[in-house]
Design a binder for this molecule. Structure first.
Ligand SMILES: Cc1cc2nc3c(=O)[nH]c(=O)nc-3n(C[C@H](O)[C@H](O)[C@H](O)COP(=O)(O)OP(=O)(O)OC[C@H]3O[C@@H](n4cnc5c(N)ncnc54)[C@H](O)[C@@H]3O)c2cc1C
Length: 455
């Protein structure tokens, strides 16, 4: 059992692991250092939003923080409002309230049980892992712990290639949509906004800006020009042949066979969503069966279709986006961005329309890059990850999806595992593929707590 543990990251993953460690009955007193990096502990990027327009993309009944109590969030919300149902898609800021409340309870109880928890609202800047412990550096202080867990979430997005420095410096090209939305002020000017990407981040940006800037018009460019798929209002029935499908996939782990099996299953199901959803508890173990060549094939040919079907919009959200299109406030384009320059009146994007042979330009007051989750540690500006990479303490997974790790979260270097350095959440995408949302994170937190507390 590791007595002194550091958790690095103050989002939902860090909070869930902290609670799992502190809430086990009979655990001997622990010394936990929780480095949150600032902000309200527990909320992180996703649940730090104050806008009730930003909805969870998972139904309330499945968003509990603990693997042994998946209905915990619904119970919490029903105490506030008994009319809330398990299939509802609720605002993410309410989920943030729940995380905060659970974490506060845990911390109170921890004191009574003799645990010593130190919350450090700063970033860890450097770390040195060794076989018998990990040394952490933050400001002037150095701390030695028995084990450390990186719960860093996704990375700050980098600007796309060929965005000129002047456009970046002008503030008219935004790479961090969340910072923009946090500070946005009501404005009736007829802003002309261009959005690059059309995933769930773009959807949040559209909802918030369309309401706050009622006269703004939006153009969204993406490779396929398509929005994420939509959840149904009520949950569909589970796919009845799911066990057989998963078994057949396990017996033939190659991506072409899997695609064929999925197409066949979808053709025989009442709702394609139930087929996609039935794979969710098995996605990580299936991913680990694939060869590197097949993982590469999936990422090249099927990733986009998978992400669009898997990360769906709540139906109310789809209705709001549909209304924007109907009102002529949103236009979607298919194409590939070639570059962005600063002009006298704003910013100009050059792009190649899909199927076209010549570049076109679009002028805007503001361009917002909304291209999704960034987890590539090879070129990151993140101070701690840069230091760990530069010193060879960690390495990237082969596809630049995160940090290379064993399936249980232990980090790899030179082909061997660090016995006391772990990660949880988005940084494990390369190893587990499905590793960013709460249903997976709470499972990882539980298993990691088992491991850290094992004799
Ligand atoms: C907009 C958005 C919407 C989402 N919606 C859903 C949803 O509806 N349902 C769902 O299940 N999932 C959703 N997700 C997935 C989401 O990633 C997880 O649910 C969860 O929020 C991830 O938490 P995390 O702690 O891993 O990461 P984050 O919330 O990103 O937290 C990481 C933390 O690490 C801190 N940090 C970074 N570097 C350091 C350092 N060196 N030292 C100390 N601290 C550091 C940061 O300050 C931050 O507090 C959404 C994600 C986003 C971005």
């Amino acid at each position: 059992m590791f007595r002194r543990v550091a958790i690095i990251g103050g989002g939902a993953a860090g909070a869930t692991l902290l609670s799992e460690l502190l809430e086990r009955p009979g655990t001997q007193p622990l010394h936990l250092d929780w480095y949150t990096g600032g902000g309200t502990p527990g909320r992180g990027v996703a649940y730090g939003t104050r806008s009730e327009r930003h909805l969870l993309n998972v139904r309330a009944a499945s968003m509990g923080m603990f693997a042994n109590r998946p209905g915990g969030f619904l119970e919490y919300m029903q105490k506030r409002d008994p009319s809330i149902g398990g299939t509802d898609f609720l605002p993410r800021c309410w989920y943030g309230d729940y995380l905060e409340a659970e974490t506060a309870h845990t911390l109170e109880r921890a004191k009574a049980h003799g645990h010593d928890v130190r919350i450090v609202p700063y970033e860890v800047e450097a770390m040195v892992p060794e076989n018998d412990g990990v040394t952490l550096f933050q400001g002037e202080s150095t701390t030695r712990v028995d084990a450390a867990v990186l719960a860093l979430g996704a990375l700050a997005p980098r600007p796309l290639p060929n965005v000129d420095d002047a456009a970046l410096a002008s503030g008219r090209y935004v790479t961090m949509p969340w910072s923009l939305l946090a500070d946005i002020k009501p404005d009736t000017q007829p802003h002309n906004v261009l959005i690059i990407g059309l995933g769930l981040t773009a959807v949040d940006v559209l909802l918030e800006l369309a309401a706050t800037w009622p006269n703004a018009r939006f153009t969204a460019l993406s490779r396929h020009g398509m929005l994420p798929e939509v959840h149904q209002f009520s949950a569909s029935l589970p796919y009845e042949d799911s066990a057989e499908l998963v078994e057949t996939m396990r017996d033939a782990p190659d991506i072409r066979t899997w695609m064929r099996l999925l197409r066949e299953a979808i053709a025989h199901s009442d709702d394609w969503r139930s087929v996609i959803d039935c794979l969710r508890p098995h996605t990580s173990s299936l991913w680990q069966l694939l060869s590197q060549a097949d993982r590469a094939r999936f990422l090249r040919h099927a990733r986009w279709t998978w992400e669009r079907a898997r990360h769906r919009m709540a139906p109310q959200v789809a209705q709001s986006i549909g209304a924007l299109e109907k009102d002529g406030r949103l236009q979607r384009l298919r194409g590939h961005m070639h570059g962005v320059t600063l002009t006298e009146r704003g910013v100009q994007m050059t792009f190649l329309p899909k199927g076209g042979t010549s570049e076109q330009t679009l002028d805007a007051d503001l361009i917002i890059q909304s291209t999704g989750l960034e987890t590539d540690v090879r070129r990151t500006q993140h101070t701690l990850l840069q230091q760990l990479m530069t010193n060879g303490h960690i390495r990237s997974d082969p596809f630049g999806l995160g940090i290379d790790a064993a399936p249980d979260g232990r980090l790899l270097h030179d082909g061997s595992v660090w016995p006391r350095l772990f990660a949880i959440g988005s940084m494990l995408r390369g190893t587990l593929w499905e590793s960013t949302a709460m249903p997976e994170i709470r499972q990882q937190a539980r298993q990691l707590a088992d491991r850290l507390l094992a004799d």
